[in-house]
Design a protein around this ligand. Sequence first.
Ligand code: ACO
Ligand code: LMR
Length: 209
Amino acid sequence: MCLMVTADHGPAVSGTHNTIVCARAGKDLVSSVVSGLLTIGDRFGGALDGAARQFSEAYDSNLHPMEFVNSMRKKGQLIMGIGHRVKSINNPDVRVKIIKEFVMANFPAKPLLEYALEVEKITTSKKPNLILNVDGVIATSFVDMLRNCGSFTSEEAQEYINIGAINSLFVLGRSIGFIGHYMDQKRLKQGLYRHPWDDISYVLPEQYN
Ligand code: ACO
Ligand code: LMR
């Protein structure tokens, strides 16, 4: 399910855009996909490990969700797994809904996801786009699965979190989308990409003209 919901989010997102630009510059599949993968990080698809770590640390130290939000603000740190560029409470992310409903219906216990949803209530009351995002819902659900499915000791569960297993879900899923977009560009014989000027030109103060 995680691979399916993360596979693609259209051509406009950072990584896919990079892949498309590279494909249209005549580069090969691996180079084009790698250029997309290199954009994955805190702001784009690479917040899962951070979200798993931040939410579990807060939950395990019995921090009330409000204390967690306030403490992060005081430290000047963003909460990983919270916020989206275009999705919000007014434009809900169906991918998040699908994962959330599955976990609620099927997991034996989901304390971290429930905790994250309490955090979301607080953050969205400040700004509507500060939702629990795809990275956040997968990360917290995955920790709940590792901790409560009965197949892992708590040390094993922690080790998988520490070695980046949760980030790898987005990397693997989105690689499928990058490959699809690369194929599309080649199939449609798209030429060299050039970005429209009106999107990138800016007005300098008088003294620099
Ligand atoms: N935690 C706390 N505050 C936040 C968060 C957050 N995660 N995200 C944004 N804010 C605050 C900002 O501090 C800013 O506050 P201000 O107006 O008082 O200065 C305000 O919300 C707007 O911030 P922007 O950076 O302009 O928000 P934008 O919509 O451009 O950013 C983004 C979206 C990049 C996803 C951002 O929310 C973020 O970095 N989130 C944390 C990392 C994360 O989860 N990334 C994965 C996104 S989902 C995906 O890529 C599949
Ligand atoms: C996502 O899947 O949500 C990301 O690709 C970010 C975006 O801009 O949509």
